[in-house]
Write a protein that binds this ligand. Structure first.
Ligand code: NAD
Length: 456
C-alpha cells in the first residue's frame, strides 16, 4: 500500500505546503541495506556518575566493532562549538543514577544534543530494571523515570529519530551487544519509545553460540513462518532468508501459488496448511522436524461493533489469532518439536494493548497472545528457549489497505514518525528476536509502531 501524502511531502513544494499548513511531515526513514555501515554518522556517548564499568566497556567494544566515531561527554561542549556538528547516535549509560537529583545528568547530556541529532538518529539509554534496585525506592524511581524521558524525546525530536531504553539486568551485560547492534542500526527504524528488558539467560551452561556469522545470524536455523504468502509474513520470510535461515513457509492451501513463489524464491519449503486444523501441529512436525524458530504471524481481522458482531466472526478471529497458536505451541513444546535453543516470536498488535473501536474480537485475541508470551516465557525459565512478541502498529499491507481512507490516513499518521511502518520493519525486529544471540530476550513485547499514540 503506497503512502501518496508521504511521497508528496518529500518534494520541495510539498514540504513547503505541509509546513505552512502545519501538516505532518514524514521523512524517508533510513532502512538497513546490505553493505551500508551500521551507524551512518557520529556517536555521542555519555555516562552518569561514571556509569557501570562493564556496561561502558561493552558499549565501547560495540562502537569500536562498528567503526564508530565517538565523542565522549567531556568533549561534547567543545565539539558542539562547531555549529555544524551533528550526531547520528546519542547513547547514555544511566545505570548509576540512584536518586531523583541524579536525573539531572540526563538533562545535562541531552539538552545540548537536542537539536544536534540527525534524521533517523538513535537515542539509547541503558538502565537497570526494578529487580536490580535492591529495594532502594530512590534508585527504582530514577531508573523508571528514564522511560518517561525517552518516550518524550521520541515525540519531540521527530525526523525519524528513535528513542529507547535498554533495561539491562545485572549479570546480563553480555547480552547488551546483541540489543545495541539492533537499536543502533537502521533495522530498528520503526521501533521507538520502548523499554526493552534484557535478562540473564538462566539457560543451561553448555549452550554457546558457535560459528556465529554477523552477516548470516540465522545460518542453519530451521524456522517456520505462518501466514508467509503475503504482507508481513512474506517480508519476514525474505529477511530470515537473507539472514541465512532454513525456511518453512506456511499459509492456507488457497494461497498455495503465492506461497510456492515466496518459498521457491527464498530456497525454502512451502507448507500449505490451515493452522486451525485439528492436527495442524502434528502436520508441522511431520513436515519440518525439530524447529529452531517459529514465527506465529498468521492472523485475520473481522471488524464489527460488538453489538453487530456475528458469532462466526468472533470465533474465526479467536481461533486463528489465539487458539491455534496456543495449540501449536503446546504440542511443539510437549513433543520436542522445538530445539533446546528455540526462539518463538508471536505477532500481537497495538490493538491488543490499547483496544480499538470495532475490534473487540481482534484486540482480545491479540491481548491473549501477549498473555501467552508472558506465561510461556516463565515456563521457559531455566532453559535456553525464549518467546517474545512483536506488536505492530500501522503497517502498510493489504490488511491495512482495506481500512476506509479517512480512518487509514489517521491511523497512519498517529505516531512519532507520522507514517505507517513497512512490513520489513516488523521482519527485522522478528529476525533480531530469533537470533541464537537473543537468549537475554524472553517475555518482551516489542512494539513496532513508530511510537503510536495508542496504548501505553
Ligand atoms: P495479511 O492479511 O496480509 O496476511 C496474513 C496471512 O495470514 C495471509 O497470507 C493469510 O492467508 C494467512 N492466514 C490467515 N488465516 C490463516 C490460517 N488459518 N492458517 C494459515 N494462514 C492463515 O496480514 P498482515 O497485515 O501481513 O498481518 C500479519 C500479522 O500481523 C497478523 O497477525 C496481523 O494481525 C498482524 N498485524 C498487522 C498489522 C498491520 O498493520 N498490517 C498491525 C498489527 C498486527
Amino acid at each position: 500500500m503506497s503512502d501518496r501524502y508521504g511521497e508528496l511531502v518529500q518534494s520541495p513544494l510539498g514540504k513547503k505546503v505541509a509546513k505552512n499548513l502545519g501538516l505532518p511531515m514524514p521523512i524517508k526513514l533510513d532502512r538497513y541495506e546490505i553493505g551500508q555501515p551500521v551507524i551512518r554518522g557520529e556517536v555521542a556517548f555519555g555516562t552518569a556518575f561514571g556509569g557501570d564499568e562493564l556496561v561502558a566497556s561493552i558499549i565501547q567494544n560495540v562502537l569500536f566493532d562498528l567503526d564508530a566515531k565517538i565523542t565522549t561527554a567531556e568533549h561534547l561542549n567543545e565539539k558542539l562549538t562547531d555549529e555544524n556538528a551533528k550526531f547520528k547516535v546519542a547513547i547514555f549509560d544511566a545505570t548509576n543514577i540512584k536518586d531523583v537529583d541524579g536525573l539531572k545528568k540526563v538533562y545535562e547530556f541531552f539538552h545540548v544534543l537536542a537539536r544536534r541529532i540527525k534524521s533517523s538518529g538513535r537515542v539509547i539509554i541503558i538502565a537497570r530494571p526494578e529487580c536490580c534496585t535492591g529495594g532502594d525506592v530512590g534508585f527504582a524511581i530514577a531508573q523508571r523515570a528514564l522511560l518517561g524521558f525517552v518516550k518524550s524525546v521520541g515525540k519531540e525530536f521527530k525526523k525519524g529519530i528513535t528513542a529507547n531504553v535498554l533495561y539491562t539486568q545485572i549479570g546480563a551485560e553480555a547480552h547488551l551487544e546483541h540489543a545495541l547492534k539492533f537499536f543502533l542500526s537502521a533495522k530498528s527504524a520503526y521501533v521507538s519509545g520502548q523499554p526493552i528488558y534484557i535478562k540473564k539467560s538462566d539457560g543451561l551452561d553448555e549452550f554457546t553460540v558457535v560459528d556465529f556469522d554477523e552477516n548470516k545470524p540465522l545460518k542453519g536455523r530451521k524456522i517456520l513462518v505462518t501466514g508467509a504468502s503475503r504482507g508481513i509474513g512474506a517480508a519476514v520470510a525474505q529477511v530470515l532468508a537473507r539472514d541465512g535461515a532454513k525456511l518453512y513457509c506456511l499459509d492456507v492451501p488457497q494461497n498455495l501459488a503465492d506461497l510456492q513463489k515466496i518459498a521457491g524464491n527464498l530456497g525454502g519449503y512451502a507448507l500449505p496448511l490451515d493452522i486451525t486444523e485439528a492436527n495442524a501441529a502434528e502436520q508441522i512436525v511431520k513436515a519440518c522436524g525439530v524447529l529452531d524458530g517459529v514465527v506465529h504471524n498468521a492472523g485475520v481481522t473481522r471488524d464489527k461493533m460488538l453489538a453487530n458482531m456475528s458469532e462466526d466472526k468472533w470465533d474465526l478471529v479467536m481461533d486463528i489469532n489465539l487458539k491455534a497458536i496456543h495449540t501449536i505451541n503446546d504440542y511443539l513444546i510437549k513433543n520436542q518439536g522445538i530445539s533446546d535453543s528455540a526462539r518463538i516470536v508471536c505477532v500481537s498488535s497495538i490493538s491488543g494493548i490499547a483496544g480499538n473501536l470495532g475490534q473487540t474480537n481482534y484486540a482480545m485475541s491479540k491481548a491473549g497472545v501477549i498473555g501467552l508470551v508472558e506465561a510461556t516465557a516463565k515456563q521457559f525459565k531455566g532453559t535456553n528457549q525464549t518467546i517474545n512478541a512483536v506488536a505492530p502498529g500501522f503497517i502498510e499491507t493489504k490488511m491495512t489497505g482495506m481500512i476506509p481512507f479517512a480512518i487509514r490516513e489517521a491511523g497512519r499518521r498517529m505516531n512519532s514518525m507520522s507514517q505507517g511502518g513497512e512490513p520489513v520493519d516488523v521482519a527485522e525486529t522478528i529476525s533480531w528476536l530469533l537470533s541464537p544471540k537473543a537468549d537475554g530476550l524472553n517475555g518482551n513485547v516489542v512494539r513496532v509502531c513508530g511510537q503510536s499514540l495508542l496504548g501505553a
